[in-house]
Write a new protein. Structure first.
Lengths: 112, 115
């Protein structure tokens, strides 16, 4: 079946450190891939997405590249800020008319 | 409204009671989704509506769970004879249509605690 696996948290970093949160997926065909973020006390928000292989999604300094050969969509940011502290969810969408399938989430905590 | 609205935001109920959770999607969004997030877990898909019909209800965990949607707007998730294992955040989301090109917007969730 379709599934998403992301690295266990929590991830604890100092401000300005480099961030990588690994995400791999299992799916047939060519799903669309997403990163969602949940800030404390808020709902889930779309952070970035990529709909085909080799696409790079980017937003707010975060990037992720859709790698078909490694079935991965790792999230990266060159210099994290305290305000990036949140839970990050990797997700896939198999095709139109189906629901997002989420990973378990990775908690990021950034200290100054 | 401006976003997906869910009510109640918090609900504490006794084991065995029925609960109803409400979702108001963004106006004009035809696709509506329900998810469940247990403490420390990822999001579990429950059911997907396209308009009034539910083409995918494969995630409903038991026959105690049901959902309906009227008029391409409000949806209600009903849990009958609640159990402690039902304690979770229930998230609703909506999008224009069920397409990867359309961003899915989430509500802030309804926190359900069964005691």
């Amino acid at each position: 079946g379709n599934s998403v696996t992301q690295m266990e948290g929590p991830v604890t970093l100092s401000e300005e450190a480099f961030l990588t949160i690994n995400c791999t997926y299992t799916a047939t065909g060519y799903p669309s891939l997403f990163w969602y973020v949940q800030y404390p006390g808020e709902g889930l928000q779309l952070l970035l997405k990529a709909t085909k292989a080799d696409d790079k999604g980017s937003n707010k300094g975060f990037e992720a590249t859709y790698r078909k050969e490694t079935t991965s969509f790792h999230l990266e940011k060159g210099s994290v800020q305290v305000s990036d502290s949140a839970v990050y969810f990797c997700a896939l969408l198999k095709r139109a008319g189906t629901a997002l399938i989420f990973g378990k989430g990775t908690t990021l905590s950034v200290s100054s | 409204g401006a976003g997906v609205s869910q009510s109640p935001s918090n609900k504490v109920t006794e084991k065995g009671k029925d609960v109803e959770l409400r979702c108001d999607p963004i106006s004009g969004h035809t696709a509506l989704y329900w998810y469940r997030q247990r403490l420390g877990q990822g999001l579990e898909f429950l059911i997907y509506f396209q308009g009034n019909s539910a083409p995918d209800k494969s995630g409903l965990p038991s026959d105690r769970f049901s959902a309906e949607r009227t008029g391409e707007s409000v949806s209600t998730l009903t849990i009958q004879r609640t159990q402690q294992e039902d304690s979770a955040v229930y998230l609703c989301a909506s999008s224009l249509v069920g397409s990867e090109r359309n961003t899915i917007y989430f509500g802030e969730g309804s926190w359900l605690t069964v005691v």
